[in-house]
Structures are given as structure tokens and as C-alpha cells.
Write a protein that binds this ligand. Structure first.
Ligand code: PHB
Length: 386
């Protein structure tokens, strides 16, 4: 009995006794296969870019990223993976979380296990309210939408049709757009919500065309959906009858922009990151990203969130001298500031959500590539959705 106890104690302490501190374990939960596979890949590459530049040891502990594929959107799988990472792998941090339903499903695990949960994409406003252990380094949909609604009303757009993906971030975007655009004198002609998985755009595009708005406001999750939407938009002649597309930058995500090609030219979007952002921090990031990305295409906003999320984890490890405690980790990040590749960011101590500059951008072709060129900005935008 005593011998067994001693053996357990020895095994638990062995790495410390031997002088080698145990690895700093980060459980990365995201889709790495299925229609959202690129989300996980971009985030992981962004995290690796940070490690490449800052070394794989922090506060004396070797950094280990343990990758788990949700194949999602599958909230139940995300929850099970989080449980396993906490119980079996004894991770110090939970990270990733690209899709809102998956982030929401893991919030309770973070609370029970008292683990810092770094949200690197999922962007529905309420997410950070679901656990005091959540810190978000990515964005929220209202944060990116309100500056666009304001821009539209100031630039003579009076009638807008809205089309969003029918789940958390889409509903947030639709609500934020209406709430900002209508009091400024604009009218919402009609609103439609399309399924999250494999939406068929044709009937919706016809409705938009028949409604003859001046513009359609769109939120679609980054990736293939935007390509299909813009293809249909042009094939059905919506551009020819003078309808403009205005959207959050998810749709002209840098990773898919070249595939969208001519169809994207001239689109106006609002977003917190563009690969074309001109700053030394962005150049450093993009160079490191190229070195670690493997077969992946261009860096996008998810990669930047992975990069900044890793910076947050290093900050915590340093502040706590390598002894990770969930409560202290959250405290360490309240009010944390950083010069990110996207511009200055800060964690709002009251909401644990990111505060950042939102840029207005236009798609242009430069040196044979399509890019989101920033032409205006709104600094220090807090999530207006709370
Ligand atoms: C989300 O599920 O919260 C989400 C996914 C993709 C995006 C934005 C938000 O582009």
C-alpha cells in the first residue's frame, strides 16, 4: 500500500526531481478535417510561427502543442476531446475553438477544470460570458459589423438586404447591422439566414435580385462558402443590376481571395486583419508563417489569432514563473496589451474580450494577387454586442 503510494508520488515528481521541468501542455481543439479543416491548420501554423520566433521553451518549460481534430462543427466531440485533454493529458491550457458551437460546448469544462481557455476564432458575442476562464484573442461579429454599418450609411447606402449564416455569429452580425444601420436612417429591405453546412445560395440570390436593394450585407463563415456565394452573385447578374456586396472580412478571407479572383474585385469589407496590413509586426509574422506553414496557402486572420493566442500563453507562463494556475492565468491577461500583426490589441479586463482596430478595406489586384487594401480604420473597438 505504502509502496504503491510512494511509487505514484515518485512518478508524479520524476520530471522535477530529474531537473527537467514537465512540458507546458497546450491542448489545441479545432477542426483539422472536413469542410472547416483549414481553420485548425491556419491556427496551428500561427501558433508554430510564434514558437519559431520566440523559442520552444518558456519559463523553463518546453512547449508542447497537443492537437485534437473535432472534424466539426461537432460540439459533442469538442467537449469529449476537452475532457480527455484535461483528465488524461493534464494540459495546462485549452486553446483553439474556431466554431461557436464547439467553443460553447467546452466552456463548462474550462470552468470545472479551472483551465484558461484561449479562444482563437469563435466570434459570437456571448462566448466569453459562458466561463470566467475564457479569454478571446480573435474578434466578435458585432465588433467588425458596426463600423461597416456606419460606413455604409455615411456613404449613401440607404437600402440593404442582409444574408447571414444561420447560427450564433450570423445572427449577431444581422442584429448588429440592423441596430447600427436603422437609427442612422437606413432601411433593411429583407433578411435571410442560410444553413451553416453546405448552403445552396441560388434561391436566396434570386430573392435578393428581386428585392433590388442598393447593397447586400453578408456574413458567411470564412472559406469555400464565400467563393460559391460570389460566383452565384455574378452569374445571376446581381452586380449588373447595380447591387453592391458589403460584408465582414470573413468572406474575403486572405486564404481564399485568389480563388475568388475577379468576383471579389471592389468588394468593401470591415475586419481586424489583412495580410496587406503595413507594419513591421505583420512582416515578421508573415515571414515566420511561410517557414512553418507546410502545404498551407496564405496566412489569414485565424493564423494571426493563433499567433497572438500563443503570445498570451507565453505571457501567462512568464508572469506565473511556469507554475500554471487557471485563476491566476486569467488575471494575468486582464488588461494585457500587445502590438499584434493586425495592429494594437488589448484584453478588456471587464469582459476578457479583445479590443482592437477595425479596418475598412477594398479588394484590389496588386502585383497579380488579390488583396484586402485598408482605406479607413476605427481604433479601440470593444465588442458592442455585450
Ligand atoms: C464562428 O463559428 O464563430 C465563426 C466561424 C467562422 C468565421 C467567424 C466566426 O469566419
Amino acid at each position: 500500500m505504502y509502496r504503491a503510494l510512494w511509487a505514484c508520488l515518485f512518478l508524479a515528481l520524476a520530471p522535477w526531481v530529474a531537473g527537467a521541468e514537465p512540458a507546458l501542455k497546450i491542448g489545441l481543439i479545432a477542426p483539422f478535417s472536413g469542410s472547416f479543416a483549414n481553420y485548425g491548420k491556419e491556427i496551428e501554423a500561427g501558433m508554430k510561427a510564434y514558437v519559431k520566433l520566440n523559442g520552444d521553451k518558456v519559463a523553463g518549460r518546453k512547449v508542447q502543442i497537443i492537437v485534437r481534430d473535432t472534424t466539426g462543427p461537432l460540439p459533442d466531440v469538442a467537449k469529449r476531446l476537452a475532457q480527455e485533454l484535461v483528465v488524461r493529458e493534464k494540459v495546462d491550457f485549452l486553446a483553439g475553438f474556431c466554431l461557436t458551437p464547439e467553443a460553447l460546448a467546452v466552456a463548462d469544462i474550462a470552468t470545472q477544470a479551472k483551465k484558461l481557455m484561449v479562444v482563437m476564432n469563435a466570434a459570437t458575442s456571448i462566448i466569453t460570458t459562458r466561463s470566467p476562464y475564457i479569454v478571446r484573442v480573435s474578434m466578435t461579429l458585432p465588433q467588425n459589423t458596426v463600423p461597416l454599418a456606419t460606413w455604409a450609411s455615411k456613404n449613401g447606402i440607404k437600402q440593404v438586404f442582409t444574408l447571414v449564416s444561420d447560427y450564433g455569429p450570423g445572427i449577431d452580425a444581422e442584429t448588429a447591422f440592423k441596430n447600427a444601420f436603422t437609427p442612422a436612417g437606413g432601411t433593411i429591405v429583407d433578411s435571410v439566414r442560410v444553413p451553416l453546412n453546405n448552403p445552396e445560395f441560388a434561391p436566396f440570390l434570386q430573392r435578393i435580385k428581386d428585392g433590388r436593394p442598393e447593397a447586400v450585407f453578408v456574413f458567411l463563415p470564412a472559406g469555400e462558402q464565400g467563393i460559391a456565394f460570389m460566383k452565384g452573385f455574378h452569374e445571376r447578374g446581381l452586380g449588373q443590376v447595380g447591387i453592391k456586396v458589403i460584408a465582414t472580412g470573413d468572406i474575403t478571407d486572405d486564404l481564399v481571395l485568389d480563388a475568388m479572383g475577379e468576383n471579389a474585385l471592389g468588394m468593401i469589407t470591415s475586419f481586424h486583419y489583412s495580410t496587406a496590413h503595413d507594419s513591421p509586426e505583420n512582416k515578421t509574422f508573415l515571414k515566420a508563417f511561410e517557414e512553418v506553414k507546410g502545404g498551407l496557402g496564405r496566412a489569414n486572420f485565424m493564423a494571426v489569432a493563433g499567433y497572438d493566442g500563443m503570445a498570451a500563453i507565453y505571457e501567462v507562463a512568464k508572469k506565473l514563473g511556469g507554475k500554471i494556475d487557471g485563476d491566476k492565468a486569467v488575471e494575468a491577461l486582464k488588461g494585457w496589451k500587445r502590438q499584434s500583426p493586425r495592429g494594437p490589441i488589448e484584453i478588456d479586463p471587464a469582459t476578457r474580450d479583445v479590443v482592437q482596430t477595425v479596418y475598412l478595406r477594398r479588394v484590389e489586384k496588386r502585383d497579380g494577387r488579390y488583396v484586402n487594401v485598408e482605406f479607413d480604420q476605427v481604433p479601440n473597438v470593444k465588442d458592442p454586442g455585450k
